[in-house]
Design a binder for this molecule. Sequence first.
Ligand code: HMG
Length: 423
Amino acid sequence: MSKTITGFSKFSKGEKINWLANNFFSDKEQGIKTIHQYWNSNEKLQQIHDEFIENTISNFYIPYAIAPNFIINNKPYTIPMAVEESSVVAAASLVAKFWGTRGGFKAEVLSTVKIGQVHFMYEGDFTDLEDYFNSVKTKLISSTNSITQNMRKRGGGILDIELRDKTTELDNYFQLHVTFETMDSMGANFINSCLETIANAFKKEDIQIIMSILSNYVPECLVRAEVSCKVEDFFDINPKHFAEKFIQAVNIANAEPHRAVTHNKGIMNGIDAVVLATGNDFRAVEAGAHAYASKSGRYKSLTNAKVENGIFTFWIEIPLALGTVGGLTKLHPLAKLSLDILQNPSAKELMQIVAVAGLAQNFAALKALTTTGIQQGHMKMHLMNILNQLEANLHEKKVITDKFQGKTVSYNDIAAALHEMRI
Ligand code: HMG
């Protein structure tokens, strides 16, 4: 048996599983059973999933859940979330209710510009390069006409091409910095196809094209979401004190990168869950969001909070390149259903919804952190995972859940209580 292989991609699915089982599974029978258990019994549906990626052998489930009661720009939304971490959906739902009684969320898209770049090396005179670029700029744009035709009809396309001198960062390095409007699509394939065509049209002897690719850093594809209320409406007890503590928690994230990373992780709990549920690219969104959090030169919070004239305001500004057409959005049946639940939003509307999910998540975490602590609620939601890990039956789950109602639980407490029940 060999642990490396040539031609694996040409194997049938069954052959791939057998090779894996023979070489890696500690319990061959159980391993194969687990893989089969997660196949969809609907062969056509399974085939769609098989063909999303390469060398597929099974499906990896992530729970798909619903956070109801969001009011965004006075419109009610029920938000689908795909996430494996307990308490995220409960927190989103709790915050939706909380702000629903305080005017809801307000969101606005600030800009929708996407970016792609042709990176190249050039050793000659910059003025000659500039002259050449200016002489071919129109041709570069028209070379993409067949690709951009439909996008232009929808109101999008290439916005501009700029020649950028990057030689202070790297010797001989220049780029064509291209901006795009991709309307309701995320636009990755469209942008990359345009860039490769532009690069071909730009080629000449003294220009060495290195690569052409979109950028996932989209600081001009930006959305802002906020909540606000009178300070006295913030909490029932001592609202001024809690508003101050809440703002200090945000200030700490702005002052201290270790805290900022965790703070922003909490935001991404909500963002990624909706991005994933709607079939969008969460890695692209993650990379862009963290780059944006570092735009000042230091990694900071993606949210901000203030009290001004007796009004508490909490807001997020985040770059989000999302699509509601193309990619997986219509191909994955659950992504399609998610968009249906969201009342088939435009990409701009989806940007607002996703930003709100991030803001809500951060609000829940900061509210818990600055009041009860995070463990009480988190462990309350995590209780079922612990009980499943300890293989509790339905009766045991009911008794233990009742016993620990309102208490901060730990794995050891649950294990001890279960052990007591079983002797
Ligand atoms: P609670 O007040 O104990 O909840 O909060 P409740 O039982 O009184 O129920 C109130 C509402 O909460 C419910 O209303 C639901 O909306 C929601 P209802 O539906 O009854 O009309 N809710 C639930 N929804 C669905 N399923 C449930 C459920 N339970 C309550 N089982 C809660 C409990 C966990 C919501 C609260 O303590 C909380 O928000 N905690 C914060 C949790 C959190 O932020 N989790 C994220 C993961 S932790 C993390 O990774 C990020 C972090 O490190 C980030 C950072 O440091 O900034 C913390």
